[in-house]
Design a protein around this ligand. Structure first.
Ligand code: ADP
Length: 295
């Protein structure tokens, strides 16, 4: 099973080109769609989830034409949107059971087993009797995954699932996602580089509605090998460094900016060659598109 997106474009009525000729081949397993806010991720997720129409292009999942056969797609789709409401005064167990009825699982015993299995899978079994009102952000997201898995989807879309979660909750959420196995196409849309680093075997970076990079995270890292340097500088020097080098990221370390630069030759001047991280790939791609756009 593979999700194939070919030449997909979407322009909103206000003229914003949210997606421009997006083409991606997404195999089973975990696929990370990485991009800054406003890149077009949610637009793409909503179009794949049949909630919005594209202007041009095509999407297929196996032999299903996603843009035309919406009902067929919905039967095999699990979708966790960026924001979703939950009934606060109901327990996870009762609500999940209710959603299972709505999804057509009418046989009581089968439904009970499924709900129980999903509560275990998402690590919510011990708190299944609690009202959702008392759930933390991470627990709510895991409940969202449980409901998205009710129909045993072939395609699971999770849109910015870890935004706002603290590191412990984020890790719990990663554990749940990583258990989903290789049978399903899982698309994880995120602006958080760690999400992709921890979980994904394939990835793409999108910015300003365009794919700027796609591939396997390890291979992509390999391409930056020997080209990323770092140096800790004074705050007052930052502007000059930005003028003279391709500064792809800056972080404070003990109150001083540490910059990462991209260079094909050893820049000397106290710079240290480092092993590139996915974050460097991300920032260097965003840096490149920013510059291309501003030419
Ligand atoms: P992301 O999910 O990566 O943050 P979005 O898909 O939400 O990106 O947005 C992509 C671009 O489209 C942004 O410039 C956003 O402002 C614009 N946009 C999103 N939804 C609408 C809409 N309904 N009408 C007009 N512009 C929109």
């Amino acid at each position: 099973m593979e999700l194939i997106i070919d030449n997909l474009s979407k322009t909103y009525s206000n003229g914003v080109k949210a997606l421009q000729n997006i083409s991606l081949e997404i195999p089973t397993g975990m696929f990370g769609l990485l991009g800054p806010n406003g890149a077009g991720k949610s637009t793409l997720m909503r179009i794949i989830a049949t909630l919005q129409d594209a202007d041009n292009g095509s999407i297929t999942l196996g032999d299903v034409d996603v843009l035309k056969q919406k009902n067929e797609l919905r039967q095999v789709l699990g979708y966790l949107p960026q924001q979703f409401g939950l009934y606060p005064k109901i327990s996870a167990e009762v609500l999940l059971n209710h959603f299972a009825v709505l999804k057509g699982i009418t046989q009581k015993g089968e439904r009970k087993d499924l709900v129980e299995a999903l509560l275990h899978k998402t690590n919510l079994y011990d708190v299944r009797k609690q009202n959702l009102k008392g759930y933390s952000g991470g627990m709510k997201q895991r409940f969202g995954i449980a409901q998205a898995l009710l129909n045993d989807p072939k395609l699971l879309i999770v849109d910015e699932p870890t935004a706002g979660l603290d590191p412990v909750e984020r890790n719990r959420f990663y554990n749940v996602l990583s258990e989903l196995g290789e049978r399903t196409v899982v698309i994880l849309s995120t602006h958080i580089v760690d999400d992709v680093k921890e979980l994904c075997t394939h990835m793409a970076i999108i910015n300003q509605g365009q794919v700027c990079l796609k591939g396997n995270p390890l291979q992509i890292l390999e391409n930056l090998k020997g080209r990323v340097y770092k140096k800790t500088i004074q705050k007052s020097e930052l502007k000059a460094y930005k003028q003279n080098y391709k500064v792809i990221s800056e972080k404070l370390f003990l109150g001083k900016p540490t910059i990462h630069i991209l260079s094909n030759v050893n820049p000397g001047n106290g710079f240290l060659l480092i092993n590139a991280e996915l974050e460097d790939v991300y920032f260097s791609e965003i840096f490149n598109t920013r510059n291309v756009k501003s030419l």
